[in-house]
Design a protein around this ligand. Sequence first.
Ligand SMILES: Cc1ncc(COP(=O)(O)O)c(C=O)c1O
Length: 473
Amino acid sequence: MRSGILSGRLRPGERLPATRDFAQTHRIARGTVVNAFAQLVSEGYLVSRVGSGTCVATDLPDDLLQAPRAKTAATTPAASEAARPARLSRYASRLAPFPPGTRGRVRAFRANIPAFDRFPTTTWARLAGRRLAMATRSLLDAGEPAGYRPLRAAVAHYLDRFRGVRCESEQVVIVSGVQSAIDLAARVLLDPGDRVAMEDPGYVGARLVFRALGAKIVPMPVDHEGASVPSARVANVRLCYVTPANQFPTCVSMSLPRRLALLDWARRSGAYLLEDDYDSEFRYSGRPLPALQGLGDGRQVLFCGSFSKVMFPSLRVGYLVVPPELVDAFSAAHSITQRHVSIIEQAVLADFIEAGHFARHIRRMRMLYAERLDVLTRAVREHLSGRLEITNVEAGLQTVGWLAPGLDARLIVAAAREREVELVAIGRYGGGTATAQGLHMGFAAVEPAELRRGVTELARILDKPRAHTRRTS
Ligand SMILES: Cc1ncc(COP(=O)(O)O)c(C=O)c1O
């Protein structure tokens, strides 16, 4: 009936049959007809008057009634909607979705995930149960955009102790992961056409955010000291995104001279640095260099990190530390985009940290991951020596296997996929300047036997030179 009215088949003012007759004609229950009429009356398509039955409303705008009739093929409003091309904003037309991750059974060498099957869910359930059992009004009510205060305090304390970040808890904004921290920083600090410097190769998720906002990306090539400092000749860079603790994807830790040079450049150019501390929690050698944020005067650097990679991916909780003068702008932006991250989740996480479970989980996982890394490096030394090299792994859930000259990472990735071995060519993360041939290899979430299988399969692939060698003239 609704489409009949919109297409003009049922005319304004036309009287409809009585519900009883309608039900008989169409062989449906009368109750159904009564309900449908009542619904259409409440939506304004029909009017019902005592004594004169039900009629099509007379005050529906003419153009609304005629529009669908002009379309020949479309007979229902839904079909005509589908036929019309979507009219997108400039932002939406620049959007590309985040690449979907691989799920299901964890194969060698799935990267970017922790061994979340080892997460102490029983402890988490106990803490969550306790919180819910004594849920106060304030826990069920909406919260502050910057986050649950005890969690912000716990994060500030943790970052001060373990990452050398200098901040007050008021500077901490709880977000749903680093991805959301990058998006928020880009919204608050960039306008379309602004320049953003980022590592090349670098984190795809950041590049997608900057591109969607219409920013121009200035590549920062990466070498053995980390990202290079943007040239003084490139003017008007508003934001510089870096992963100094464990460069994504090359896993290089930025040297101290490079860190100081980058801070100096930021001071001179007036650019903000967005420091992504992703994947820094699990260190296997040496002491971590303190965060860039703690080395500077606290005005240039925004610092972000994630709990999802330390605990479990579905958690989607992270943090962003901003200079004091940016706190209000970030809170306002968060209040109209996400409002805030679930308060109950934040409260349970605060309890988890305060009771020492977070530090204990990191310690346990560091030992587990170190064992798995050892399995991987030994297997690589045994089966792939001279063809693939894993350099010093200082931290993280993954590493890079650098290929001997002449071997083509993309061809090897394709051959490995057929053998259910997951690899990513480092070049995939590049905007163009990265040429070295490397394979991104996750080890943290992968069982030792599966790591060994992956290396054996790789050795089989490399034993067949035609499958992976670049043709050279
Ligand atoms: C360098 C880097 N930063 C951030 C993220 C995303 O972090 P989150 O899951 O907290 O959004 C990733 C995910 O792979 C990453 O590689």
